[in-house]
Design a protein around this ligand. Structure first.
Ligand code: ACO
Length: 311
C-alpha cells in the first residue's frame, strides 16, 4: 500500500541512504526537489548578470580573465543543476519557461545592482560565501544527483569565494578611495546576504517538509549563523566594519549575534519589486528570444547527423 511505501521511504531517509532517480518517492518529495533545484539552477543563471556587467570593465587583464572564468563556472552550475532536476521527470525547457514567465523564483540576492568594481569582491566573498555554507549542507541531502552536484559545485565556489575576498582585501588595504569603495560595497551587500539564506525558521514555510525528508539537513537560521561566524572575522581582518550597530560577540555561546534582518525588504524583492527584478527578467527573456536560432540550428544539425548514422 501507499502507506507502507511511504514508511519504507522514510526509513531509508532516516537511515541516511540516498534516494536515486528511478526509485519510488512520494509525489511531494519530487515536487519539493523540482522546486528547490529549479530555483537553484535559475539563480546560477540569473547570477551571471550582475557580474557579467563588469567583465569589460575589470581593472586588469588578470582580473578580467578570472571574472570571465567565474561567470562561465556559474553557467556550468546552472546546466548541471537543470540536469539534476531533469532526473525527476521535468525537462529543462519547462523550467526555463517557468523562469521567464515569472512563475519560478530565483535568489533574491541577484536583484541588486553592481555599481562599483568592489561589488565583484563582495559578491565572491559574501554571496558565494553564503552559497558555500548553504551548499555544503545540501551536499549531505537525501537526493543522490542533487547532493553529488553540490560537492562539485562547492569546490568551484571555494575558488570564487577566495577571489572575491582577495579583491575586497586588496581594496580595503589600498588608497583611501579604494577602502571607501570596499566599505560601501560591504554596506550594500551585507543585508541582502543575510536575507539570501531564507526566512527565519519561524517563517520558513517549507522547512518542516524539506527537513523531514533531509532535502535540507539544517535550518535556515543555523546555516545563516555559520555564515555570520565565518564572515565577521574576515571583515575585521580586512579592516572593514559590518554595517550592523547591534553586532556583538557572545562569549558564552561563542557566536556573533546580529540585529534585526530586514524581512520587509526580502519579501518585497521575492515578490518582484527589488531594484533589478525587471532588468533581470528582461535580460533572460531577451536571451531566450535571441538564442532561438542557435537552438534550432543545433537541433537541425543533430537531426541531420543522426539520419546520416542511420544510413
Ligand atoms: N530568494 C528567493 N526566494 C527565497 C529565498 C531567496 N533568497 N529564500 C527563500 N526563498 C523562498 C523559498 O523558495 C520559498 O518559496 P516557495 O515556497 O514559493 O518556493 C519561500 O521563500 C519560503 O522559504 P523556505 O520555506 O525557507 O524555503 P526552503 O525550505 O526551500 O529554504 C533555501 C530556502 C535555504 C534558500 C533553500 O531553498 C535552498 O537551500 N535552496 C537551494 C540553494 C539555492 O537556491 N541557492 C541559490 C543562491 S546561491 C547561488 O546561486 C550562488
Amino acid at each position: 500500500t501507499i502507506e507502507e511505501r511511504e514508511r519504507e521511504f522514510q526509513e531509508k531517509i532516516d537511515s541516511g541512504q540516498k534516494i536515486e532517480p528511478k526509485e519510488w518517492m512520494p509525489d511531494e518529495y519530487r515536487r519539493q526537489l523540482i522546486r528547490m533545484i529549479g530555483q537553484h539552477a535559475h539563480s546560477e543563471i540569473v547570477g551571471m548578470l550582475p557580474e557579467g556587467n563588469w567583465i569589460t570593465r575589470a581593472p586588469s587583464l588578470r582580473r578580467k580573465a578570472v571574472l570571465l572564468a567565474k561567470v562561465q563556472d556559474e553557467a556550468g552550475h546552472g546546466l548541471y543543476l537543470y540536469s539534476a532536476a531533469e532526473t525527476l521527470g521535468i525537462d529543462r525547457q519547462t523550467m526555463i519557461n517557468q523562469l521567464i514567465t515569472g512563475k519560478a523564483k530565483y535568489s533574491s540576492i541577484f536583484n541588486y545592482p553592481t555599481t562599483s568594481w568592489a561589488d565583484m569582491g563582495a559578491i565572491g566573498w559574501l554571496v558565494d560565501g553564503a552559497a558555500i555554507v548553504n551548499q555544503t549542507m545540501l551536499a549531505r541531502g537525501s537526493y543522490g544527483p542533487y547532493s553529488r552536484a553540490m560537492v562539485r559545485i562547492c569546490k568551484e565556489e571555494s575558488f570564487h569565494n577566495r577571489q572575491g575576498y582577495e579583491i575586497i582585501y586588496q581594496l580595503a588595504n589600498g588608497s583611501e578611495a579604494q577602502k571607501k569603495m570596499a566599505q560601501d560595497s560591504l554596506n550594500r551587500w551585507w543585508g541582502p546576504s543575510m536575507q539570501m539564506l531564507g526566512p527565519s525558521d519561524a517563517d520558513s514555510t517549507n522547512s518542516a517538509v524539506t527537513m523531514n525528508w533531509k532535502i535540507k539537513v539544517e535550518s535556515n537560521d543555523t546555516v545563516r549563523q555559520r555564515f555570520i561566524d565565518r564572515t565577521v572575522p574576515q571583515a575585521h581582518a580586512a579592516g572593514l566594519t559590518i554595517p550592523d550597530p547591534d553586532l556583538k560577540y557572545n562569549e558564552e555561546t561563542e557566536h556573533w549575534e546580529i540585529g534585526e534582518i530586514d524581512w520587509d525588504e526580502f519579501y518585497k524583492v521575492i515578490k518582484g519589486y527589488g531594484p533589478c527584478n525587471a532588468k533581470r527578467m528582461k535580460a533572460r527573456n531577451e536571451a531566450e528570444e535571441q538564442g532561438k536560432w542557435v537552438r534550432e540550428a543545433a537541433a537541425a544539425y543533430a537531426n541531420k547527423k543522426s539520419k546520416k548514422q542511420e544510413k
